[in-house]
Structure formats: C-alpha cells, structure tokens
Design a protein around this ligand. Structure first.
Ligand SMILES: Nc1nc2c(ncn2[C@@H]2O[C@H](COP(=O)(O)OP(=O)(O)OP(=O)(O)O)[C@@H](O)[C@H]2O)c(=O)[nH]1
Length: 387
C-alpha cells in the first residue's frame, strides 16, 4: 500500500526508471539500503542481482552470504598501491550485467576503486548492516559530492531506502531503546526517503496497517510500499533524486492533503502536523509565500535548529539532548515566483533554487522536520517567524 494519497511526500514515483543519463549530471546515483535486522535487505538485493532489468548496477553488500544460487564469476580487484590481497576487493560479475561487491570498507574510496577498474555503473546500491544508522553514511556521500575531487564527484546520493519487517517491525520500533532515546530502527525510518514494508505475506492486514501507522508517525514524508521478498518496481527505489535540488521529486507534493491542519489563534494559517513515537517526532508545516528577507530568516532559523540544537528565540532551551533534527526536507515558494528546495540530513543541509520549468509544482511551500524534541515550542517558533 502507498500512503501517497494521504501524506505529503517530496518523492516522485515514475512508471519507468528514467534513463540513467537523463539526469542533468553524469554522476552515478547511489541508493543506501538500510533496514531492520533480518527484514529482507539481502533478499531484495539478491533479487536485483538476478533479475533482467537492463541496468548495470553495482550492489555493495555486507557479505555475499549464500551466493551459490547466483550464477556469477568472481573478479578480484586489487589496489595498485597494494597488489597483495590485503586491500583487494572481491567482486562477483552477474549474468544480468550487475556487479556484486562485498566490502569491509563501506567508504566512498572502495566504490571509486571499483569504478576505476570496472567503468561506471548506472546505479550503486549500498547495503548497510541491520544496526547501522544510515544518517552518517548518507552525510558522507553527500559531503563527498560537494568536496571530493575526481571520481568521487561522480557519485551522487540518490536516496535512502529502509526495509522494515512486517512481522516484527512494530515490536522492534516500540522496544527500541538507546542512550539518547532514539534507537536504531527509529533512526533508520527517520532518515529514509522510501520504506519497504517487507514480508507482508506473513502477517495480517490489521498488523500491516498498525505498523504502517507507526512508521508514518515517525516519518510522514516517506512513501511506504508493501513487498514480498523484496518484489518492488525499481522505479520506486532507484533514481528518486531525494537529495537533488532539482524539481524532480517535488511534483507529487501537490497531491498532499492537509485536512488536519492547525491554525494559529490569530487566524493565520501556518498549518502544522506533529507526530511522536518514543522520543522521535516529526513536524510538518505548510509555509506561506516568502519574501527574500523571510527566506533569509527561515534559513537562519533552520541553521540554528540543525547546528545548535535549539530554537533561535528560546535562549533557555540549551537543548543539546532535547532537540535534534535527523532529516529535513522543504519546498520554499517565493513571492517572486522562484522556488527553492531544502534537503537536510543530520546537520548538513542544502538550499537550492529550482531551475527551469516549475509547472506542476505546488504553489505553497512546505517544511518537514524529523528528529527529537520537535514539540509545540518548535512549531510556535516557526509560526512567530512566518506569520
Ligand atoms: N516469507 C517471507 N520471507 C522473507 C521475505 N523476505 C525475506 N525473507 C526471509 O527472511 C530471512 C531474512 O532475510 P534477509 O534478506 O537475509 O534479511 P537481511 O535484512 O538481509 O538480514 P540481516 O543482514 O541479517 O540484517 C531470509 O530467510 C529470507 O528468505 C518475505 O517477504 N517473506
């Protein structure tokens, strides 16, 4: 089931995965696959490695696991600096043109080395371990896009996909503990751009709805797709451009419903929705059209929240353990007609002007924050800034 009709999303789904070179750059998009322990990440990736989809995808897995069912030849890619086996990579070349690479070093350098030896790919899928927080990994790739030289610049972060176990997912989320109150399964959901609710063959409709509701409370902006053994149209997880500043990915936002919007007491509309689950919460705010000055103020507000973990107009809230944004997305519509896209992961964020044709993009802006401590005081602070 998709929540696309009910909840706002900044991610577009297309019937076909767009041609790899249709993007404005020739960077190889990288999708991070996160997910709960045993939820079905490897099953999804193994399916992609064996299916005939016409794409040359490099799949980077934690371990090959049982690859005996996959027809592949092994290639050893050793480093020029270290021709001995120590830092070499073992790569499987699959019949459908995909490459499967098991890495101990999940860093950008390992992928660059792979690209140097085997040429560019149409797409890279990177599996994280079931206990990994995808936020820092996503930041690393994003940072790399900005600062890396050479090959590193050719990799761009496309999106983060989280595979959730339909049977145990709800329990995992409800029992998720950690020192700072946000356990790994909640972090994974919070940082995701797309959720796959997998193993739906093993549970009831009631359980599925209840799990979907919980997921939605943690991350209202990620579409949820139900899957069995990772069966998913690749267009839902590849080339989603979740971190790009372009207009792709924004058009579906016009289908958003705001039935439960809040109105402030002065009668102004700064509609907001707030959800919370075990310390992790999200805040969605519909934004009015912005003047340039207001945009600067909003930009400053976001920087303070992201970098100082506090709201700007509340000096008493030192908040380092209170307020923490894990993911933010936004669309800002200017009085001049210009539109800006905000993308943020952890403390990194990017505000970029949408260039070209903006037809079909909604005329009201939106800000979605996902993290910890996003309570009424944060919403009110935004209202004070915007109204
Ligand atoms: N019935 C059913 N079983 C599934 C489905 N998806 C995966 N499985 C099984 O669930 C088990 C775990 O799947 P994996 O793909 O290994 O899960 P994973 O997320 O990679 O696991 P870790 O890497 O250990 O976190 C395997 O035995 C799969 O065959 C599904 O949709 N339905």
């Amino acid at each position: 089931m998709d929540f696309d009709d009910d909840i706002p999303t900044l991610i577009e789904h297309e019937d076909q995965v767009p041609a790899p070179d249709s993007a404005s750059t020739n960077r190889v998009p990288c999708t991070i696959i996160s997910g709960f322990l045993g939820a079905g990440k490897s099953t999804l990736l193994r399916r992609i490695l064996t299916e005939r989809h016409g794409y040359r995808i490099a799949v980077i897995m934690n371990e090959f696991g049982d690859t005996s069912s996959i027809e592949a030849k092994t290639i050893n890619i050793s480093s020029e600096d270290d021709p001995t086996a120590e830092n070499s990579q073992e790569v499987l070349e699959l019949a459908n043109g995909c490459l499967c690479c098991s890495i101990k070093d999940a860093g950008v350098a390992a992928i660059e080395k792979l690209m140097q030896r085997k040429g560019a790919f149409d797409h890279i899928l990177l599996e994280t371990t079931g206990l990994a927080d995808p936020g820092p990994i996503a930041s690393m790739f994003w940072l790399n896009e900005e600062y890396a030289a050479g090959l590193g610049r050719q990799i761009s972060l496309d999106g983060v996909v989280c595979v959730v176990d339909a049977v145990f997912g709800q329990k995992q989320m409800e029992e998720d503990h950690s020192v700072d109150g946000i356990g790994e399964s909640l972090r994974q959901i919070a940082c995701s751009d797309v959720i796959l609710l997998n193993k739906v063959d093993l549970t009831s409709e009631e359980q599925l709805r209840s799990t979907e509701e919980l997921i939605q409370r943690v991350n209202p902006s990620a579409p949820i797709h139900r899957t069995i053994r990772g069966q998913i149209d690749l267009a839902h997880i590849m080339n989603i451009n979740a971190y790009a500043g372009g207009i792709k990915g924004l058009r579906s936002a016009e289908h958003q419903h705001d039935d439960n919007d809040n109105h402030d007491h002065a009668g102004h509309t700064v509609p907001a929705k707030h959800y919370e689950l075990r310390g992790i919460s999200s805040l969605q705010v519909t934004l009015p059209t912005l003047s340039r000055h207001r945009l600067q103020e909003l930009d400053e507000w976001i920087r303070t929240v992201l970098w100082e973990n506090r709201i700007p107009d509340n000096d008493h809230q030192t908040g380092l353990s209170e307020l923490k944004v894990l993911r933010c997305k936004g669309l800002f519509v200017m009085e001049s007609g210009e539109q800006y896209v905000l993308q943020g992961v952890q403390s990194m964020y990017d505000l970029s002007l949408i260039e070209g044709d903006v037809t079909g993009i909604p005329d009201s802006g939106k800000l979605v924050l996902i993290g910890k401590g996003l309570d009424d005081s944060v919403r009110q602070s935004l209202e004070r800034l915007l109204v």
